[in-house]
Design a protein around this ligand. Structure first.
Ligand SMILES: [Zn+2]
Length: 511
C-alpha cells in the first residue's frame, strides 16, 4: 500500500534524536550493532535499564547514569555456549566468576553435557543462585550420571525396575530446572546403554519440553562409525519427539576425514523430514580427551575394574591389539599431547616422546598412564576442510567444550571470529554472531536472550574487531582472550573498558 504523501513528510521531519522518559542505567552509543538474528550491522545506540534492553534507536541522547562510546566497536548479544564443563567452576566460590568465558564475550553457559552432570539439578541451581555466578548458566541432566546412580558401572541392560528408576531421576531433574538430557554415548557408562534405552529417557525429557544433547557414540570408526552415530541421533530425535543437538560435531581420524559431506546431507535430510537437528562445534583441530577415553576399549572399564584389567596378563594381548587400533584412529603417538595429569613430568609431552624416554612402546606407556590415574590429552585428529564445512551450516552453533588443559576453554569464541571471519572469510560476521547468540538461545529454549531486542535481557557484548583474538595455545592453554571491551550480564557490567569487574550478575536459567 502506498502511504499518503503527508505521512511520509511527517516521518521525515521527526528529529534524529529520541529522548527516553526515565533515566537509562546504561547507554551504549555509536557502535556497529549486530542483533544476533543474522541481519547485517546497523548503526544504533542501546539503552539499558535494570536487567533489560529498553531502547534501540539510531540516536539516543539519554539521560543515562553511564554512557559508553562504542565508536569503532561492534555490539552484539552476549555469546551463549551450549556445551561446557563449568559446573564445578560455578559451584566453587573462587572460580564462580567464570572469567575464561566472560573474557571471550560469553554471558551464558550450558553445562552438564557429555552425559555427566551434577546429580541434583535443583540443589545445584539453588547453590549458584545463593553464592552468585559470573555468567548465566543452564544445566543438562546427564544420562551417564543417571545410569551410574542406578546401575553403577555395569555394562548390562537395565531391568524394567532399573529403567523406571532412571526415568524417575530424569523427570525429577527436569522438574528441578534442567533444560534437557545429555548423553556421552562414547564414554562409560553411557556407552553401555543401547539406543532403545536412550530413547526411553529422552522421551521423559521431551515430555518436560527439554532437548537431547549428545556426544555421539562414535565420531570416528571405533564402533558404529560417524555416520552410524548421526543416524542413531536422528532416530532418537524422531522416536522420542525431541530436538537433538549433536555436540562438538567433527570427523575424528583419517578413516572418516571428508565425511562432513555425508553428515551434513544426513542432517539436512532429517531436518527436511521434521526432526529438529542442530550441532555445535569448536574451532580447533585437536579434541580434548584423556588417554583412557581415547585409547582404552570400554569393556576394560566395565564394573569399575579398569586398573585391575589393565594389569591382567590374561587380557593383555587383546588390550594391546585394540589399543593399537585406537591409536591408529587417533593419528599415532605423535598426535596425543598430555595437557594435564597428576604426574607433572609428562605434561607438555606427546605419547611418542614419553615412550621414547621410557624405552617402551607407546601402548605400554599408555597403559601405565591409564593405570596411574589417567591424563588429559589434546588429540590432534581433525581436518580444517571438515571444520569449515560444518561451520558454514545454518544449524551449527559455536561451543567451547572447555576442559582443563585445552586452549578452547579460554579461546573458542574470539578464535572463531579472528580465524574464520576476519583473517580467512569462511563465514560472514553476522552469520558467526548468530551461531553464537540467537541460534543457541533458541536451541536451548532460553527465553528473552540471544538477540539485541527491546524487552530482552541486557546481555550485551562490545568488542574491538581489530584486537579480538584468542591467546591460549596448547603449550599455554590458560591465557585469557583479548578484545572484549565491555560486557553486561543482566544489565550489569562484568567487563568495563577491557577489565573484569567483581560483579557476579549471572543467573541460573531453567527451561
Ligand atoms: Zn564431549
Amino acid at each position: 500500500m502506498r502511504l499518503p504523501v503527508i505521512v511520509l513528510l511527517a516521518a521525515a521531519i521527526v528529529p534524529p534524536t529520541s529522548c527516553f522518559a526515565q533515566d537509562l542505567d546504561l547507554l551504549i552509543r555509536n557502535g556497529s550493532l549486530l542483533d544476533g538474528s543474522g541481519s547485517a550491522a546497523i548503526h544504533a545506540d542501546i539503552g539499558i535499564t535494570g536487567d533489560r534492553i529498553v531502547l534501540i534507536e539510531p540516536h539516543i541522547t539519554g539521560p543515562a547514569k553511564r554512557t559508553i562510546d562504542a565508536t569503532g566497536l561492534i555490539v552484539t548479544p552476549g555469546f551463549i555456549d551450549p556445551h561446557t564443563h563449568t559446573a564445578a567452576d560455578l559451584s566453587d566460590p573462587k572460580r564462580a566468576h567464570n572469567a575464561p568465558y566472560l573474557l571471550q564475550g560469553v554471558t551464558t553457559v550450558a553445562t552438564g553435557n557429555d552425559g555427566d552432570s551434577p546429580t541434583d539439578i535443583a540443589v545445584t541451581l539453588a547453590l549458584w543462585s545463593q553464592q552468585g555466578i559470573g555468567t548465566n548458566a543452564a544445566l543438562f541432566i546427564g544420562q551417564g550420571t543417571v545410569r551410574r546412580e542406578v546401575m553403577q558401572m555395569s555394562d548390562a541392560a537395565p531391568t524394567l525396575a532399573q529403567l523406571d528408576q532412571m526415568r524417575a531421576l530424569v523427570a525429577a531433574a527436569m522438574s528441578g530446572g534442567a533444560i534437557g538430557i545429555s548423553t556421552g554415548l562414547y564414554y562409560a557408562p553411557g556407552s553401555y546403554a543401547k539406543t532403545e534405552e536412550v530413547i526411553e529417557l529422552a522421551k521423559v525429557a521431551a515430555q518436560h519440553g527439554g532437548i537431547y544433547d549428545t556426544h555421539m557414540r562414535d565420531e570416528s570408526s571405533y564402533t558404529i562409525g560417524l555416520l552410524g552415530s548421526v543416524r542413531e541421533t536422528i532416530r532418537i530425535g524422531a522416536e522420542a519427539h525431541i530436538p537433538v543437538m549433536i555436540s562438538h560435531i567433527k570427523a575424528l581420524g583419517a578413516d572418516v576425514w571428508g565425511q562432513s559431506t555425508q553428515v551434513i546431507a544426513l542432517i539436512d535430510d532429517a531436518r527436511a523430514h521434521g526432526v529438529n537437528v542442530t550441532a555445535s562445534e569448536y574451532p580447533y583441530t585437536a579434541s580434548g580427551s584423556s588417554v583412557v577415553a581415547s585409547l582404552v576399549p570400554r569393556w576394560a572399564e566395565a564394573d569399575g575394574k579398569l586398573v585391575q584389567n589393565l594389569s591382567d596378563p590374561a587380557l593383555h594381548e587383546r588390550l594391546v591389539k585394540e589399543m593399537t587400533e585406537n591409536l591408529v584412529r587417533r593419528g599415532g603417538a605423535d598426535s596425543l599431547l598430555m595437557t594435564a595429569s597428576k604426574d607433572k613430568t609428562i605434561v607438555g609431552k606427546t605419547l611418542a616422546q614419553i615412550a621414547t624416554e621410557r624405552h617402551e612402546s607407546p601402548i605400554e606407556a599408555a597403559i601405565q598412564i591409564s593405570a596411574n590415574g589417567d591424563s588429559s590429552v589434546a588429540s590432534f585428529n581433525m581436518k580444517d576442510a571438515d571444520i569449515e564445512a560444518f561451520m558454514r551450516q545454518p544449524w551449527t552453533m559455536t561451543c567451547s567444550d572447555g576442559s582443563e588443559g585445552h586452549p578452547r576453554k579460554y579461546g573458542t569464541f574470539p578464535r572463531k571470529l579472528r580465524d574464520y571471519v576476519f583473517d580467512k572469510p569462511v563465514i560472514s560476521l553476522p552469520f558467526a554472531v548468530r551461531s553464537s547468540t540467537s541460534l543457541p538461545a533458541q536451541t536451548l529454549g532460553l527465553k528473552d536472550r540471544g538477540l539485541l531486542k527491546t524487552g530482552y535481557f541486557a546481555d550485551v557484548l562490545v568488542f574491538d574487531p581489530k584486537t579480538i583474538r584468542d591467546l591460549a595455545t596448547y603449550e599455554s592453554p590458560r591465557v585469557l582472550a583479548t578484545g572484549v571491551r565491555y560486557l553486561t550480564v543482566n544489565g550489569k557490567l562484568a567487563i568495563d573498558n577491557g577489565a573484569l569487574t567483581t560483579t557476579l550478575a549471572g543467573r541460573p536459567l531453567t527451561h
